[in-house]
Design a protein around this ligand. Structure first.
Ligand code: NAP
Length: 261
């Protein structure tokens, strides 16, 4: 464990960058040496006495550069930092560490949905770190444990797969709820009648294997109810939703038939 300050240069004032700034500020023995963003004005209100640099090349010397930038720009952007001999990491779940065209590279991925304006409890957020070089990986772990109690070494391939799982967990369940809202809106019934069901469902999944707590017509094999639901969706012009209903129902039926439960 390194006891001296870890010096950080932070690039990107988006959702992750802004939340990370707060986490790094509160972390013990972390010194934020500079901030950069394409539109530097975004840092002005929150930077305090931390210097905001105009170009990536002006970022002061540091132990780690964190690029909290849009996935698509990481490769081109990292070229600005080549030759600095600073461990340079991105914060993306999906991207391989080798998208960074620098000599010392790695990943510092918070497995959480981060949006502006919502409070974040960094202590419990899984921080997934990876670097091909053992010393660099140790440095990332030393930084991560100053922010979270939930730090894991996960390589590029494992992280990419976990990111797919995270999309199902967070993004697709959100999309499902948007569809549920559309269906209840069309029927002129209050969407909030569904919210106790949301809470119970997620609580069940927090304490059990999801396969153990699934209920519903597909799980029971209630064919008549399934046909009725598909018909109602089609009558309301919800063709995409009907297709999704059909495919997910097939998935559930197949899954439980295979497991013999
Ligand atoms: N949000 C999450 O829940 C979450 C969670 C974990 C990991 N991540 C990962 O964290 C990274 C940042 O995500 P985010 O949610 O913070 O994104 P975001 O809020 O959309 O912010 C994107 C950042 O990229 C910068 N950017 C966009 N185009 C650029 C360009 N051409 N050149 C230089 N900078 C550019 C933006 O600058 P401007 O401000 O000037 O537009 C901004 O700083 C991504 O790799 C994402 O996969 C996100």
């Amino acid at each position: 464990m390194i006891r001296r300050d870890i010096r950080i240069g932070l690039f990107g004032a988006g959702n992750v960058g802004r939340h990370l700034l707060e986490a790094l500020r509160q972390a013990p023995n972390v010194n934020i040496v500079g901030l950069w963003n394409r539109h530097p004005g975004k840092w002005k209100a929150v930077a305090g006495d931390i210097p905001v640099v105009d170009t990536p090349e002006q970022m002061p010397a540091a132990d780690i550069f964190i690029l909290a930038l849009k996935d698509d720009v990481l490769t081109d952007f990292s070229a600005h930092l080549k030759g600095r001999n600073v461990l340079t990491v991105h914060t993306s779940g999906a991207m391989h560490s080798d998208v960074l065209k620098v000599d010392r590279r790695g990943v510092f991925y918070p497995l959480q949905t981060l949006t502006s304006g919502s409070a974040v409890e960094w202590e419990s957020i899984p921080l997934l770190v990876w670097a091909p070089d053992a010393h660099d990986l140790q440095l990332l772990q030393d930084l991560a444990v100053r922010i979270s109690k939930n730090v894991h070494v996960i390589d590029d391939s494992q992280r990419a797969q976990l990111h797919v799982a995270a999309v199902f967990t967070a993004n697709f369940t959100n999309a499902m709820m948007q569809m549920a809202k559309e269906i209840s809106d069309k029927a002129h019934v209050p969407y909030n009648l569904l919210l106790p069901l949301v809470r119970r469902n997620f609580n069940n999944m927090l304490s059990h294997d999801p396969a153990e707590v699934l209920t519903g017509p597909a799980r029971r094999g209630d064919r008549k109810t399934i046909e009725k639901h598909l018909q109602l969706l089609q009558e309301n012009g919800l063709y995409d939703e009907a297709e999704i209903y059909r495919r997910v129902t097939e998935w559930i039926v197949k899954r439980y038939k295979k497991s013999g439960k």
